[in-house]
Structure formats: structure tokens, C-alpha cells
Design a protein. Structure first.
Length: 520
């Protein structure tokens, strides 16, 4: 017994103390972040105190999605700078500063997405959101032409058609409180379906089933990321995966069936010589799927790969745009003077006949652009993005990230960091006027991420949202039906609110301007 006591006192404990300098022993041995000078990393970045002796492993245990969202906001508030956490064998660098965000987003070694993204892989496969290395570079290069200016001009016609449908739906609910997200989600999904797949959603067999089940993509991700015991693939497949399998099958079958039908048409065109690259992009109703089918003919992608990219673009595109639109409409309702300013700018810059609305006209809406930016700053649709250091990586500030460590870029907190935005909780579009943006760090506002892995569809999304708001404001005044101070946000890939976000739409007098209904 005395020998064992001596062994513990003079061998085991000193060994663990020495080991703990390199690894956080009690947090299940994640390797610590180091400083290039060998100094304590605390001199550069603090480590978040854990709620137990096991580092931060159990910090979110028992918290629901609302509490988890508040947990991260609380951390940013008390730490006031980027910080380090160690949890469940994982080393995490939590970024809320623009300088460090730039170091991460511009580092060519740090383009691999974080380990949490594997939780959505059963739903999306390895599309552009998740893939890395040569596969990501190849797919990004393949899809970039699908967002060329000339293609966006074609998409603009779809944006106008769907915006008109949206306005007509609002006319049936004039003066009533409506849930904004239900309307914006339908609008965005209809737009995505036609621009990505080249089909009208309402005309698709099983379209409504698809609409109901696509939300399972995020639901399955959120459930798994919330509970560390589900991070293990075997445990997740045993306890949870079966719950989501039927819904995922409906979604995957829907897109796969459309791809097969479109392939038959494309093959016929290919055999008749109608699918040269320049002809594809000149089609009256081009869809992203046309680019993928062309790549398939050239042996650059297979059916599974096409499904991955279509599912990825559909999920990312409709959900991020719909939530951004929801918050923008909410903010227009909450700030009537700003809404009036947007409306007057539209009257001044936009042709009264909305059938002629084009990108050149939308680009003249400078204040509306500021309004959108401020809305996306305060309500970051994607509140968090993650990267992985596949290999040991040294940053310009002297930090050395160990191999397989993770970086969590807290976009929500970065956008509300008082270092870059005075009174960050005050809604003020004027902060994005050119004269007020001078000197602001270029990575302080990154609603579409930045660097190599920025959002490929950011121009597409902005045009889609601006078009809808122009149609709405030409027809309606928007009145508030929600108190923003009561909003409770939920953690997840996309920002959500626990409570419904509502508004009222009151028809405007026309005063000699043609109604948008003349556009057919």
C-alpha cells in the first residue's frame, strides 16, 4: 500500500501535471493551444472557466436550444474577447474579434469545416457546404458560373414572378397579423426550386411533402449537436437516426426524381447539339441543375454528386434567405420612419412599372442596402460557422492550433462587438453609409462569411430579398405585431426564434402609380 502511495505521489501526479501542460487531462485529453514563444496562451487569449473540473465538457448539458444560444452570448459578454474552450476531447478556439476572424478566414490551411458539420452529412452528403480539399475546389469552380451576372439577370425574372405571388397572398390577409416566417419560407423555397431545379414548386408531385420534411435537415443536426453523447456515430445511429430516416427519404427522393427527369430532357438536347456551354447559359430559364448535368456529361460529377449539390443549395438558399427576409420585414415594421425612407427611395429610383425592375435599378437603392445590412448585422442568419485545423497551424498572432482542433466563428457576437459597432444593440442602418464605414475592420461584418469559403450565392440572395421588399413596400405599409425585446433565439445552423414573429400589412394608396398587379 505504501508503495502505491509513493507511486501516486512521486510518479503519477507529477506525470499528470506535466502532461496537463500539453493536454487538458480532465477534459478527456484535448491538446492545448500553444504560443509560438512558449508563453502561456492566456497572455493572448483567455480560457473559459468550465462549470465542472472536466473543462467545458458539460457546460451545455441539460440546456435547451434557447438556453444554449444565451450561453454563448453570455460567454462573449463576460470574456469580451475571443477565448478557448476544452470539451469532450475537443479543443475549440471561439472567435468574436475581427482581427482573429480575418486570420482564420484567409488562412488557406483552415478551409475544412468543423466537426459539427458531419452531423448534417446524412442529409446533405458532401456538397459545397461540407466538402473539403480537391472535391470542394472542383465543385466550387464548377458552380461559380451558375452565379454569373448574366445568369442573375435571368433569375431576376423568377424573383419578380414569385414576389408578385407573395403580394397577392398578402392581399388576402390585409390588416391581419401574419406569421412572417411561414410566408417568407414558402417564397424562398419556391424561388430556390425554380432557380436550382428549373421547375415550379407548386406544379411538382409530392411538393408539399417535400416542403413539410425539408426542416428535418436542421432538426436532426440540432438534436445531435446539442448532446455530446450523440456525437458518436454508433450511438447516434442506434438511438436517433431511425427517427429522421423516413423524412430524409422523402426529401432525397423528391430532388432525385426531378434530376432524373431533367436529365432525360438534357440528354435529348445534348444529342441534338443544344447543350454547348454558351447555349446553356443563354437559355431563357436556366437553372443551376443545367450546369451540373453538363458537368455530368463531361464526367466531372455523378448522380450522387448532383443530388448533394442540389440538396445543399436548396437547404442553404431557402432557409437563410427566408430568415433574413423575416427579420428585415420585422424591422421595417418596427421602425416606421426608416420604412418610409426606404419607400421614398423606391419611388425615386424604381420604375413605377415593376415588370421592368432589373438589377441596375435595384443597385440604386443605397439606403435599402444599408437597411438590409443592419438587419443582417443584428440578426445574423448563420450565427456560427466552424473550421477545423487539419494539421498544426500557426497564426500571425503567435497562436499554434493543434491538429484536429476546431474554430468556432461566432458571427452573431462579432456583429454585436462594440469594438466595431457603437451601441451595437441599437438598430441604425446609417452606420453602413459610406462615410460611417470608413476605418471599420473589413471582417467586422461577414453575414455571408468571407475568404475562400464565402457564400457562393450572396449576390443571388441579396437580389432575391431586395426584389421582394420593393414589391411589398410599393403595395403595403408594414405595421408591427411583435416586441423585439421578447424575442427568444434558438441555437442551430440557422437562427430561429422560439416565439412567432408577426406583422400587419396595410394596403397603400396608389396615388397615380400603377399597381404591381399589372405585372403578369
Amino acid at each position: 500500500m505504501w508503495f502505491f502511495s509513493l507511486f501516486v505521489a512521486f510518479v503519477l501526479i507529477p506525470f499528470l501535471i506535466h502532461l496537463n501542460k500539453t493536454y487538458h487531462v480532465l477534459a478527456f485529453f484535448p491538446k492545448r493551444i500553444r504560443n509560438v514563444n512558449g508563453e502561456n496562451v492566456e497572455r493572448i487569449l483567455p480560457t473559459l472557466p468550465g462549470t465542472t473540473i472536466f473543462g467545458n465538457t458539460f457546460d451545455t448539458l441539460g440546456l435547451d436550444f434557447v438556453q444554449t444560444f444565451k450561453f454563448f452570448r453570455h460567454n462573449a459578454a463576460i470574456m469580451k474577447t475571443s477565448y478557448v474552450t476544452y470539451m469532450g476531447g475537443k479543443t475549440l478556439l471561439n472567435v468574436i474579434d475581427a482581427d482573429l476572424a480575418e486570420m482564420i478566414m484567409t488562412n488557406t490551411k483552415l478551409i475544412t469545416k468543423g466537426f459539427f458539420y458531419k452531423f448534417i452529412q446524412p442529409a446533405l452528403g458532401e456538397g459545397l457546404l461540407i466538402s473539403a480539399g480537391e472535391k470542394w475546389f472542383g465543385r466550387r469552380k464548377m458552380l461559380t458560373p451558375a452565379f454569373h451576372f448574366n445568369i442573375l439577370m435571368q433569375f431576376q425574372e423568377i424573383f419578380k414572378e414569385e414576389s408578385l405571388k407573395f403580394v397577392k397572398q398578402l392581399q388576402n390577409s390585409e390588416g391581419e397579423e401574419i406569421e412572417l416566417d411561414k410566408h417568407t419560407q414558402k417564397f424562398s423555397l419556391d424561388v430556390i426550386c425554380e432557380t436550382a431545379l428549373g421547375v415550379k414548386f407548386d406544379e411538382c408531385l409530392n411538393g408539399e411533402q417535400y416542403r413539410k420534411n425539408i426542416y428535418v435537415f436542421e432538426e436532426s443536426f440540432n438534436k445531435r449537436s446539442q448532446y455530446p453523447y450523440l456525437w458518436n456515430d454508433f450511438v447516434y445511429k442506434t438511438l436517433e437516426e431511425y427517427k429522421y430516416r423516413p423524412a430524409l427519404k422523402i426529401v432525397h427522393d423528391f430532388s432525385s426524381d426531378i434530376i432524373k427527369k431533367k436529365r432525360q430532357i438534357f440528354t435529348q438536347e445534348f444529342q441534338s447539339g443544344q447543350t454547348h456551354e454558351e447555349q446553356i447559359y443563354q437559355k431563357k430559364r436556366y437553372a443551376m441543375l443545367d450546369t451540373l448535368l453538363r458537368a455530368e456529361q463531361e464526367g466531372l460529377i455523378d448522380h450522387a454528386g448532383i443530388c448533394e449539390e442540389v440538396d445543399t443549395f436548396t437547404f442553404e438558399g431557402f432557409d437563410t434567405a427566408s430568415m433574413s427576409l423575416m427579420f428585415c420585414l420585422m424591422n421595417l415594421s418596427l421602425y416606421p420612419e426608416m420604412q418610409q425612407r426606404c419607400y421614398e427611395e423606391i419611388l425615386e429610383e424604381i420604375n413605377p412599372d415593376l415588370s421592368t425592375l432589373d438589377i441596375a435599378q435595384l443597385n440604386k437603392l443605397k439606403y435599402l442596402d444599408c437597411f438590409f445590412k443592419e438587419s443582417m448585422r443584428m440578426y445574423s442568419t448563420v450565427p456560427l460557422v466552424m473550421r477545423t485545423a487539419v494539421e498544426e497551424t500557426q497564426l500571425p498572432n503567435g497562436l499554434i492550433l493543434p491538429a484536429n482542433s476546431s474554430i468556432m466563428l461566432h458571427i452573431f457576437d462579432l456583429h454585436r462587438n462594440p469594438k466595431y459597432f457603437a451601441k451595437p444593440d441599437v438598430f441604425n442602418p446609417d452606420r453602413f453609409l459610406p462615410e460611417n464605414s470608413v476605418g471599420r475592420h473589413p471582417y467586422a461584418f461577414v453575414p455571408f462569411s468571407a475568404g475562400q469559403r464565402n457564400c457562393i450565392g450572396q449576390k443571388y440572395t441579396m437580389l432575391e430579398m431586395k426584389t421582394l421588399v420593393v414589391f411589398i413596400l410599393k403595395s403595403f405599409k408594414i405595421l408591427p405585431a411583435v416586441n423585439p425585446e421578447t424575442l427568444q433565439f434558438k441555437s442551430g445552423i440557422i437562427i430561429r426564434t422560439k416565439n412567432d414573429v408577426k406583422a400587419k400589412f396595410i394596403k397603400r394608396p396608389i396615388f397615380g402609380y400603377p399597381s404591381p398587379r399589372v405585372y403578369m
